[in-house]
Design a protein around this ligand. Structure first.
Ligand SMILES: [Zn+2]
Length: 375
């Protein structure tokens, strides 16, 4: 991760670079800032910069032996500690039990919440933390000599979720650090980190991204339009994680609406060939997005029935933008006599998809049944 890939935070980046140039890299630093401020990305870029063999005035080179390993997060002198969850793998897990998943996940994007991380390792609502068992792992790793770098770096993501026994062991390490060790702690809830650790770390307060920075990031990463990225940046209010999620939701509902329109148009025209094509297209997307499409369709059916029943004045129609434009013309096709069988068809499709039914068959069945119901 290079500094230049972070869409902002130039003031913090400037400070971090100066500390390296002036050879006053503090051995324990705690980056603290609200969710979605990019603090983990900053820690990764800083660690890479410190270790880079050919760094420039403003960034790591990205191509030396060290940088290449840092980009893949497999450098032998780079260690990670992060919250994990009991159960699936081992009763008392440590970060290394999940290191392969962690590397893959962070490589995709360094902007994620703790729930995003837990979702990715499929742990549902389990309570994750940095367990007591992690303490001996930390000591073991830091007592090793460095392999390739001048520094051993340990990035600790969310130290506020650390078991107190681990925090106490870590405290001793920070007080009497092994030679050439750099601790980078990345926290979101500053007041939940134990005070004795806080007082021994150099604090770096990371502000939220600006709306302009978020906007630029959405434009360049997702190709979002000017007005859409302005809207999302305003709602995200400096939280890049929220901005990314809003962008994805927006994208998927646009796709869902498009797919719903096609189904209804082909069904009304009795265009069987196009319906086959439609079902194949939908079957080629993942199971989660198929379920997401069905949920979307059920909501749109309900909204259109409400329009037909002229409930607009009762404030129970929740449509805006393109959905509203489409529904204005479409709603007469949804009425008291076909709503129940339609909802039933979509619900059945949902159950079949969930039970691993063949998606092509499920969606073609759905399409043919909708043909009978839309007149
Ligand atoms: Zn380099």
């Amino acid at each position: 991760m290079t500094f230049s890939s972070i869409p902002g935070q130039s003031e913090i980046i400037g400070k971090l670079i100066r500390s390296v140039k002036e050879e006053r890299v503090s051995h324990a630093q705690l980056l603290t800032g609200p969710e979605g401020c990019g603090s983990l990305a900053l820690a990764l870029a800083y660690a890479q910069f410190v270790s880079c063999e050919k760094r420039s005035e403003t960034d790591s080179c990205g191509t030396c032996k060290s940088c290449v390993k840092y980009e893949k997060m497999i450098h032998p002198d780079l260690h990670f500690v992060f919250p994990v969850v009991k159960g699936k793998k081992v009763a008392e897990p440590v970060s290394d039990n999940y290191i392969a998943e962690w590397r893959e996940f962070v490589k995709k994007s360094p902007y994620f919440s703790i729930n995003d991380w837990f979702d990715s390792i499929e742990v549902g609502n389990a309570q994750g933390m940095i367990f007591a068992s992690e303490a001996s792992e930390i000591i073991k790793k830091l007592s090793l000599k460095t392999f390739e770098s001048d520094f051993k770096t340990m990035i600790i993501w969310l130290p506020e979720r650390m078991h107190h026994a681990t925090a106490n062991k870590l405290l001793k390490m920070i007080e009497e650090p092994p030679e050439k060790t750099l601790f980078l702690l990345v926290c979101e809830e500053y007041d939940k980190v134990i005070p004795t650790i806080l007082s021994r770390c150099q604090l770096i307060t990371v502000p939220s991204f600006s709306n302009e920075e978020i906007k630029g990031y959405l434009r360049s990463t997702f190709g979002t339009t000017e007005s859409k990225s302005s809207d999302i940046a305003r709602i995200a209010n400096g939280n890049i994680i929220r901005a990314i999620n809003l962008c994805k939701i927006d994208e998927s509902s646009a796709n869902n609406l498009d797919s719903f329109k096609k189904l209804m148009r082909f069904a009304w025209k009795r265009d069987i060939l196009s319906l086959i094509e439609w079902s194949e297209e939908l079957a080629s997307t993942g199971r989660e997005s198929q379920k997401n499409y069905i949920t979307f369709s059920l909501r749109l059916l309900r909204e259109n029935l409400m329009l037909t029943l002229q409930q607009l004045q009762n404030n129970i129609v929740f449509l805006a933008g393109e959905e509203a434009d489409f529904s204005e013309k479409f709603h007469p096709f949804i009425n008291k006599s076909n709503i129940y069988p339609l909802v039933n068809e979509f619900n059945q499709a949902y159950s079949h998809i969930e039970a691993n039914g063949n998606a092509k068959i499920v969606f073609l069945d759905l399409a043919l049944n909708v043909t009978k119901l839309i007149k």
